[in-house]
Each structure stands twice: as structure tokens, then as C-alpha cells.
Write a protein that binds this ligand. Structure first.
Ligand code: NSS
Length: 431
């Protein structure tokens, strides 16, 4: 197998090599034809000089279609002006699969066209850069928790009941047992994990049958959810800020080239260092009022409110202690004010909105049972969850970070649809 890749060429300067890949782009100027080869690890300018080649090869380099599969042979040269810093003085070209009329050309295409052709769109340099950043973020997330004694604890995807409210559930028939639901969050299971293993995290796909058609919403998205026993809301916020710092700084260090491709202004990301500002919901409402908003205390923040609040800060801001009425049933109330939940949302800067939602969980059996009833949830389906408060209950806290919103923010994108290989939205479940 020829496993020489474009990213490894710096060790082969002066050598003759053969590379396998696809024609990304090409241009010609008289006696020279330039072919940009891509192989998933980088881009390489292959230079075909008429004087150095037989006529058939020279002509083929001019005729080969975009996205044809090729083998190119030639000598590696250092060339600071070429993309990637190296160039191939091409001697041979073998077209192993000729492509004609590739639908995505360097001209502008509309988003619907590109989404219809998503299986091909993922080959574009911008999409490759985004998906590499996504990959690096996923690894940073796992490294962060693995290095801090959190165990990966995989929750089920088919579940018997709602976690984040009943209005956004995808339902599916489940044999003789009635209906099952696609999970909205692994949290309730992570709580069982935390009381078993101390510190756990879940990381997988989650589903929301939300009718929201915004640049922040997908119906299928990935969430990472750490959960810790013997931890309160402050411990939860400490973890969240250390985590965000780690993820952002790792991407800055390891994905400089991708961020350049995406023309991301990295100055704003460099600010993501501890401590992150912590403000209460009340203080956030004050900010909105000061800015002339007619927001009423007790409402949940919309996207525009989140942007107004986060504009006050040059890094992510943690907003804690929300009105309990707008939060999930499982959140513990603030002992200093029963109207408030010990919740925290982290709002990303630059208008990216909420990327983390978390809380301290209600750990008292009677109180939790009361909440389940108040929220008109089926007590029977939550018997196992109540067991966690019957046997060895302990204060515990955690949060969920949405992967796609995080990728969108770090890459500086306009819409989450580009952050996942095959986005699922209200109006799209193909390809
Ligand atoms: O609904 S959350 O705010 N919180 C939970 O699901 C808790 N059970 C997490 C926990 O405490 N373990 O969702 C968490 C994050 C939220 O901040 C977003 O970043 C992301 O999940 N999220 C989404 N991303 C993309 N699309 C949609 N529809 C979406 N909904 C939430």
C-alpha cells in the first residue's frame, strides 16, 4: 500500500514520490499546467512543465476533470509560495477514475444545493477544515475527562421517558412495549453512573423534535455530559470553565491551519481562559434592562437576549440561578430562594448563544417525587431514577455541552449545519 500522504512531504524533499488523491483544482498558463491534488491530509500543487514531459502526459494534465482520482509522480520541492509549502515537479500522471461534470465547482452555490450534495460537499477545503476541527474538539473533550478520572458511561439512545420535557420527543414503536423515545439527553443515566463510579461522562447523539428553525438548532446533535457525585453548583461551574479553556486552547494550538482556512479571528478565542465571568439570572436581566430591552423577569432568554448579555463580556459568561419555573424538573432549588433553580447556562461570545446547560440535581426523594408529579411526568417511568434518591443519595451536579454549537463558535460559522457530516433539521433528513 502506498501510504505516503501530502502532510508528510516535508521529510521527502528532493525525492521522487507517487501520491494518490483527487484533482481539487487546476489552471494553466501556456507551457505550464498546475494541478492541485488533495488527499484529505492537505493540498499539493503539482506542476507539469511542457518541456519536461511527453505530450500525452502534458495534455492529460490539462484535460483531467475536477475530482478525478489520480496518481501523480514527481520530485518534491520546497516552495514557500505554494499552499502547504511544498510543490511537486510532476513527471507522471495516471488517471485511475476520470470524473466529468463534478457538480460543485469553485463558483458560488446556494446552501440548499450544497446540502443536497452534502456527500460531495464534505470534500471542499472549508468543510474538510471544519470537520478536522470537530474531530480535534471531540478528542480534546475525551482527553479532558479521561485525564481527570471521569469514566465514559454510555447511556441508551432508546428510552422509555422524557428527560428535558415532553414536547420535543421523537417517538418510535417498540415491539410489545408500546412506544420508545429517542434520548434528549443522557443525563438521568449519567446520574446513576456518578453514584456508581464517582465521576462519569456520556458522549453521544441526542435528539430534539424541536420546531426551531434557527442557526443553532439541529434535531440530531452530539452532547457531552459530565456528572459528578459530591459536587455542588460551584464545583460544576469550576469544571465548566476549566473544560472550555482546555478545549479552546487545544484547538488554537493544534488547528492553526484549519482556523486560517476558515478565516477565523483567533484573538477572540485566545481570551477563553479562566476565570470566566459568573453572573446570576437577576444580574443578566439587569443588563438587558440597562440596554433598553423590555424583558420580563421569569421569562427564558431568547437568542437575541443571549447576544445582548454576552456582548458585555469578551469571553464566555456563566449565568446561574434561573427561575425554577422555566427549568427542568430534576434541578435542585436554591436553599436561599426557593423560586430559583441551581442551574447554570454558559453563553458563548460573538452571538453564539448557549453552549452549556447544567445544574445541581435534586437529591431528596420526597422533593423529587413532588417535582415529577408537578411536571405531570409518569412516576412509574421514573421509579428507577427515584431509586437513586432512595439508596445512597448524594449531592451531585453536571452539565451538557452541545458539540455542534461549540464547533460553530470555535470555527466562526454562520450556521450549525456545517458542523456535522450529515445535518438533520426540521426540513432535512437527506442525504
Ligand atoms: O437542554 S440542555 O440545555 N441541557 C440538557 O440537556 C441537560 N440534560 C444537560 C446536563 O445537565 N447533563 O442542552 C445542553 C446543550 C445546550 O446548551 C446546547 O449546546 C445543546 O445541548 N443543544 C443543542 N444543540 C443543537 N441543536 C439543538 N436542538 C440543541 N438543544 C440543545
Amino acid at each position: 500500500m502506498n501510504d505516503l500522504r501530502i502532510k508528510d512531504l516535508s521529510a521527502h524533499v528532493g525525492e521522487e514520490v507517487t501520491l494518490l488523491g483527487w484533482v481539487y483544482n487546476k489552471r494553466s498558463s501556456g507551457k505550464i499546467k498546475f494541478l492541485i491534488l488533495r488527499d484529505g491530509t492537505g493540498y499539493l500543487q503539482c506542476v507539469f512543465f511542457k518541456g519536461n514531459l511527453d505530450e500525452a502526459t502534458f495534455n492529460e494534465a490539462g484535460a483531467v476533470g475536477q475530482e478525478s482520482t489520480v496518481e501523480v509522480t514527481g520530485a518534491v520541492k520546497k516552495e514557500p509560495r505554494a499552499p502547504g509549502g511544498y510543490e511537486l515537479d510532476a513527471k507522471g500522471l495516471k488517471v485511475t477514475h476520470a470524473t466529468e461534470d463534478y457538480p460543485i465547482t469553485p463558483k458560488e452555490h446556494g446552501p440548499d444545493f450544497l446540502l443536497d450534495k452534502r456527500h460531495l460537499w464534505v470534500r471542499s477545503s472549508r468543510q474538510v477544515a471544519i470537520l478536522k476541527v470537530r474531530h480535534r474538539i471531540v478528542k480534546a473533550i475525551r482527553d479532558f475527562f479521561d485525564e481527570r478520572d471521569f469514566s465514559l458511561f454510555d447511556p441508551p439512545i432508546l428510552t422509555p421517558a422524557a428527560c428535558e420535557g415532553t414536547s420535543t420527543l421523537f417517538e418510535t414503536p417498540y415491539f410489545d412495549l408500546g412506544n420508545a423515545y429517542l434520548t434528549q439527553s443522557g443525563q438521568l443515566y449519567a446520574e446513576a453512573g456518578a453514584l456508581a463510579l464517582g465521576k462519569v461522562y456520556t458522549f453521544g447523539p441526542t435528539f430534539r423534535a424541536e420546531k426551531s428553525k434557527t442557526r443553532r438548532h439541529l434535531t440530531e446533535f452530539w452532547m457531552v455530559e459530565p456528572e459528578m457525585a459530591f459536587a455542588d453548583l460551584n464545583d460544576d461551574m469550576d469544571l465548566a470553565e476549566e473544560f472550555l479553556e482546555y478545549v479552546v486552547q487545544t484547538v488554537l494550538k493544534d488547528c492553526a491551519e484549519e482556523l486560517r482556512t476558515l478565516e477565523r479571528d483567533t484573538a477572540k478565542l485566545k481570551n477563553v481562559e479562566r476565570p470566566l465571568p459568573r453572573i446570576s439570572y437577576d444580574e443578566a436581566v439587569e443588563i438587558l434592562k440597562k440596554k433598553g430591552s423590555d424583558f420580563t423577569w421569569g421569562d427564558d432568554f431568547g437568542g437575541a437576549d443571549e447576544t445582548l448579555i454576552s456582548e458585555e463580556f469578551d469571553k464566555p459568561v456563566m449565568v446561574h440561578r434561573y427561575p425554577a419555573a422555566i427549568k427542568a424538573f430534576y434541578m435542585k432549588r436554591d436553599p436561599e430562594n426557593e423560586k430559583l433553580a441551581l442551574a447554570v447556562d454558559v453563553l458563548a461570545p460573538e452571538g453564539y448563544g448557549e453552549i452549556i446547560g447544567g445544574s445541581q440535581r435534586e437529591d431528596d426523594y420526597d422533593t423529587l417525587l413532588g417535582r415529577i408529579k408537578e411536571h405531570k411526568l409518569p412516576v412509574e417511568a421514573f421509579e428507577w431514577y427515584l431509586d437513586l434518591r432512595r439508596y445512597g443519595s448524594a449531592p451531585h451536579s453536571g452539565f451538557g455541552l452541545g458539540l455542534e454549537r461549540t464547533v460553530s463558535w470555535i470555527c466562526g460559522l454562520d450556521h450549525v449545519r456545517e458542523t456535522i457530516p450529515f445535518p438533520r433539521m426540521i426540513y432535512r433528513n437527506t442525504p
